[in-house]
Design a binder for this molecule. Structure first.
Ligand code: ATP
Ligand code: MG
Length: 749
């Protein structure tokens, strides 16, 4: 497993003796089904425990009676097991710690570190102050220990109504971190808890419950997502105030986000409640139940989570990256079979009427190097994909049209002699000649346009096939996400026909349907013996950004059937393996492979930075700058560049600051850490950073600068464009314009 900053910390903790073993936990709140983001947390926590010979606890963080449910507990357990992890006897519930938490709260009251406040939550919020203004103490802040203990006991005993009082930690109302301004520890909720029933009417808040639960279980490394960074101070404060030792420590990493979908249980719940999807396990959902139902394998999800890495930089990943790992897994395990989604009858007019053949067809393409064949029935009545025929083919159409020849996969060549239409002009049948056997002996001279898939009209089986597209149209979604739902996210082919060999297969077999993608039999259809298939992933990603015309073609195809004559995957196996080995997304990975020297540059920088971020930075930040000169012309080497990316990965520099350091490196090379310090020292006002770019630009185009100063003011647009491009659009155009004119005009006077 790649070294990331968390594993580095653990190594150091073990070496220094901070802990003698590793205990992690996955702490879901049972208020929804887990999603792909949780898979990242699961693989990280369970993965680390396994690597270090430690344990990972499954702890339900069930402190909120309003939203939790045993059904979600079951779903979470099923998902963790399905992903391939086991917690054994380490199944815990924060709600089992309520008594211990209560006692600890009393201890804090005793120490004068907690008090009962009669203010409402709204009043408390109003008195908290702002980031720049300190908060005001509550009038109840200085209650005596005795009074606090008595009131807290009365809270527990149910003597007050919801919201009447809270318990707060007594820390510092002027603390620069708002979380530390006397945070809430308990609130009153006369609610039925799915597990503790009516035993409690006070419930602990997250910060109070979480760290103490970690401590009770002996967790050593409490790994959570970045939004909890401000809570860490409070996490530490509680443990220290209680004097717990040895104690757990909290570490934060970036959430995993997937484009074109939402990774928030609350938002997913809304989709389910409003009936926008068919349930938590709808195959379009990013829930683990949905991905499972779709046919995605646990291995593919684990590989995806590994490839994404563990960093401190938030990023949204393209769903194609997940598809890539699905294909990578299934390519070697999913046998090839033929299925026709939207059948068009083909009659072979010269084929003997009664004749039936059983053709031998290999399950695997040659490069997979696996043996195995199945029998595919063949006769004079076949079905082909409706979209594989065109009465008026456009230029370059490589399938069947009047008079044209195509090869039928595994079978023979046919020629379309006659097109039969119904009264509405709809094509109902193609009458074709059968030109020879599959061995090609009599057809050596013939030049078919392409190869298409087919099934036998009678011997094939009826099937329903479902294709999926992204659930949302937009990549990054805001609060109004429901409005962005993709109306075409599912396409059902209920008249599909599939070759009969699948009848004998194990129900959970995954297939590659020739030219259509990877599929598996939907879970419900495995039970009721119908044939309903879900598309797990398409065959190709859309990396080869299509031209406008090609795009239109793709759209048409998406609306009918998936692309039959798109170009084959272009990467040779060695390069594909290389991408997979480093877990690189297709886009940046290919950029590295296709730019001379870029792959070697990446490999030399790799010792210093995590692969995916490194590849993205090389592809997006370096290659556009060195298109004409090549990487060799850079004033710094791969090591320095790797170090720069590492600064960003470890969150020592924001991506913005990182880009700025890169601009400085481009000017004169140098050590990124030092340049970062300089950049920081310059307070990094926007104008400062821009001057760096402007310096570089004026140096780069002395002729144009002279021309501008000689009166060619129209060149200003060029300069602005360059800066916008070099800063990748980050620089505000107005500011760019004013700084540029200032600089350009300056030296003329
Ligand atoms: P949601 O916002 O979907 O409700 P959550 O963070 O509230 O998620 P929890 O049940 O509290 O969900 O999460 C359990 C664990 O999973 C936490 O440690 C959390 O940090 C982690 N986690 C949740 N979402 C992600 C994500 N997108 N990427 C990585 N880890 C995540
Ligand atoms: Mg949560």
């Amino acid at each position: 497993m790649a070294r990331d900053f968390i594993r580095t910390i653990i190594d150091e903790d073990l070496r220094s003796g901070r802990c003698s073993g590793v205990v992690t936990r996955f702490p879901p709140e049972p208020n929804g089904f887990p999603h792909i983001g949780h898979a990242k947390s699961i693989t990280l926590n369970f993965g680390i425990a396994a690597e270090y010979g430690g344990t990972c606890h499954l702890r339900f963080d069930d402190t909120n009676p309003a939203t939790e449910d045993i059904a979600y507990v079951r779903a979470i357990k099923a998902a963790v097991r399905w992903l391939g992890f086991e917690w054994g006897r380490h199944e815990y519930y924060a709600s089992d710690y309520f008594e211990q938490l209560y006692e600890w709260a009393c201890l804090l009251i005793h120490k004068g570190l907690a008090y009962v406040d009669d203010l409402s939550e709204a009043q408390i919020r109003a008195l908290r102050g702002t980031v720049t203004r300190p908060g005001q103490p509550s009038t109840y802040r200085n209650r005596s220990v005795e009074e606090n203990l008595a009131l807290f006991a009365a809270m527990r005993a149910g003597e007050f109504s919801d919201g009447a009082r809270v318990l707060r930690a007594r820390i510092d109302m002027a603390h620069p971190n708002m979380k530390m301004r006397d945070p809430l520890m308990y609130r009153i909720r006369h609610a039925h808890h799915y597990r503790r029933k009516d035993a409690w009417c006070i419930y602990p808040f997250y910060d109070w419950a979480h760290g103490q639960s970690d401590a009770i279980e002996g967790v050593t490394h409490s790994i959570c997502t970045l939004e909890f960074s401000p809570n860490r101070v409070l996490y530490d404060w509680y443990l220290e105030a209680l004097g717990i030792s040895p104690r757990p420590y909290q570490y934060e990493f970036a959430r995993l986000n997937l484009g074109h979908t939402v990774t928030s249980k609350r938002k997913l719940l809304l989709l389910v409640r409003q009936g926008r999807v068919a349930g938590w396990d709808d195959p379009r959902m990013p829930t683990l139940a949905g991905l499972r139902r779709r046919g995605v394998t646990p291995a593919a999800i684990r590989a995806f989570c590994d490839a994404v890495g563990t960093t401190k930089v938030d990023s949204t990943h393209d769903p194609h990256l997940l598809d890539h790992h699905v294909r990578d897994d299934l390519n070697r395990t999913a046998p090839r079979v033929m299925c026709v989604l939207d059948p068009l009858p083909v009659t072979l007019t010269n084929y003997p009427a009664k004749k039936r053949e059983l053709l031998d067809a290999p399950y695997w393409p040659r490069d997979i190097n696996r043996a195995g064949t199945r029998k595919v029935p063949f006769s004079g009545s076949l079905l082909i994909e409706r979209s594989d025929f065109s009465a008026r083919p456009r230029k370059g159409f490589r399938r069947l049209s009047p008079g044209a020849l195509v090869r039928l996969r595994y079978a023979c060549i046919i020629r379309c002699d006659e097109v039969v239409k119904d009264a509405h002009g709809e094509v109902t049948e193609l009458r074709c000649s059968w030109l020879a056997d599959s061995d090609g002996s009599a057809t050596a001279r013939l030049r078919p346009r392409g190869t298409i898939h087919w099934v036998d009209a009678k011997a094939s089986l009826p099937a329903t096939v479902r294709l999926f597209e992204r659930l949302f149209l937009k990549e990054v979604l805001g609060s109004n996400f429901v409005a962005e739902l993709n109306p075409h996210s599912i396409k059902v082919f209920s008249d599909a026909r599939i070759e009969p060999s699948v009848q004998r297969d194990a129900p959970d077999m995954r297939y590659q349907f020739t030219r259509l993608g990877y599929f598996w039999r939907d879970a419900t259809s495995q039970e009721d013996h119908t044939l309903v298939f879900n598309q797990v992933a398409p065959l190709r990603d859309s990396w080869n950004r299509p031209t406008a015309a090609a795009k239109e073609e793709t759209n048409v195809r998406k609306a009918s059937t998936p692309g039959p004559d798109a170009p084959p995957p272009t990467l040779p196996p060695e390069e594909r393996a290389w991408l997979a080995h480093h877990g690189l997304p297709d886009s940046s990975g290919r950029a590295l492979l296709q730019t001379p020297g870029a792959r070697a540059y990446f490999e030399r920088a790799l010792a210093h930075a995590p692969p995916v971020l490194l590849a993205n930075w090389i592809a997006n930040r370096l290659l556009p700058l060195t298109r004409d000169t090549g990487l060799d012309a850079l004033p710094f080497g791969p090591k320095a560049f790797g170090q720069l990316v590492a600064l960003v990965a470890d969150q020592k520099a924001t991506p913005h600051l990182g880009r700025d350091v890169l601009a400085r490196m481009l000017l004169s090379g140098g050590d990124p850490a030092q340049l970062l310090a300089t950049a920081r020292a310059h307070t990094m006002e926007k104008t400062d950073a821009l001057h760096v770019y402007i310096d570089a630009l004026l140096e780069q185009f002395p002729d144009k600068v002279r021309a501008y100063r000689a009166g060619k003011k129209g060149l200003l647009g060029f300069f602005i464009g360059q800066i916008r491009q070099n800063t990748r659009g980050a620089a505000p155009p107005r500011l760019v314009r004013s700084l540029l004119t200032e600089r350009l005009d300056q030296s003329t006077s």
